[in-house]
Design a protein around this ligand. Structure first.
Ligand SMILES: C[S@@+](CC[C@H](N)C(=O)[O-])C[C@H]1O[C@@H](n2cnc3c(N)ncnc32)[C@H](O)[C@@H]1O
Length: 279
């Protein structure tokens, strides 16, 4: 396990994933009934963009830094940007929230935040960063076991993020399996899988696997920062979202053209369609 998310915190892929996560939480919060948040590959929870790791790559400069001082941000970015401003009250962009911190800050008092991280050192940092919040539980186990270990939840509503590092060749297949497990155990689970847009052949197979998971509905959304045929580069990233809450598709239709223009490097673009349409 070599991957450390601190090198990539706040990059274009994080902005896309985290902004979407804030909208998923907001839309799920429209119903009174609480939901449980599950993060299979949680990372350390929050990141110092002035730290050695983030600074060595500077990836956040082409990510969150492009939004930080923008005076014309769409209203749909408000929850995301509020967390960032609360974490950086002096107006200098330094601390960046990972998915656990966003979930912890944006879920309601009666909601549980269940986090899992396998890397021993990152797991310790995650525990440290989340300590003192009794709504948060941190597990230091195998992310791929989370759907079977924790679903179904007592709340009967769940939002699950599946966000592996894609260091191993089989991780796309494992994502599809994890989604199948989740849907098998709790059909109404809202699950978002993040994936890199890089190798078109691998993606084709991945889309097929996702389409075979039996999810009632599955939305595919991709944000590109380079043309698809750019060799050996992260050309963008995607989210496959099972059972998206009502309103998400419309919101993303509004956000993505803006985001593509804001985060595009050689060329910004986006696409969205249904891998599994409602029956
Ligand atoms: C992309 S990062 C997660 C970022 C985080 N979800 C966020 O958005 O802030 C992936 C994380 O998965 C962890 N990881 C790698 N293999 C794992 C596994 N098999 N089970 C659980 N965690 C794993 C890595 O240590 C890393 O922290």
């Amino acid at each position: 396990m070599n991957y450390r998310h601190a090198f990539h915190a706040g990059n274009h892929a994080d902005v896309f994933k985290h902004l979407t996560l804030t909208r998923l939480i907001a839309l799920m919060s429209r119903k009174e009934q609480p939901f449980a948040y599950l993060d299979t590959h949680a990372g350390i929870g929050l990141y110092d963009l002035q730290g050695d790791q983030a600074n060595r790559t500077g990836e956040y400069l082409e990510g969150i830094a492009r939004l930080w001082n923008d005076a014309t941000l769409p209203a749909l970015t408000a929850d995301y940007m509020r967390v960032l401003h609360d974490m950086n009250p002096d107006g200098q962009l330094r601390y960046y929230p990972g998915s656990p911190e966003l979930a912890r800050r944006l879920t309601r008092e009666r909601e549980r935040v269940l986090l899992n991280e396998k890397h021993p050192e990152d797991g310790r940092l995650l525990k440290d960063n989340m300590k003192g919040d009794r709504r948060v539980a941190v597990h230091l186990g195998e992310g791929w076991h989370v759907p079977r270990a924790l679903l179904p939840v007592a709340e009967k509503r769940a939002l699950m993020l599946i966000d592996p590092p894609f260091e191993q060749l089989d991780e796309m297949q494992r994502c599809a399996h994890a989604l199948k497990d989740a849907i098998g155990r709790m059909r109404q689970t809202v699950a978002a899988i993040w994936y890199p847009v890089k190798d078109q052949r691998a993606l084709k197979r991945f889309y097929q696997d996702l389409a075979g998971t039996g999810a009632p509905k599955l939305l595919r959304v991709e944000l590109l920062v380079h043309p698809l045929d750019t060799p050996q580069s992260l050309n963008g990233s995607g989210l496959a979202i099972a059972n998206p809450p009502w309103g998400l598709e419309e919101e993303l239709r509004e956000l993505l053209p803006w985001l593509a223009q804001k985060l595009g490097q050689t060329q910004g673009d986006w696409r969205m369609d249904w891998l599994i349409a409602e029956q």
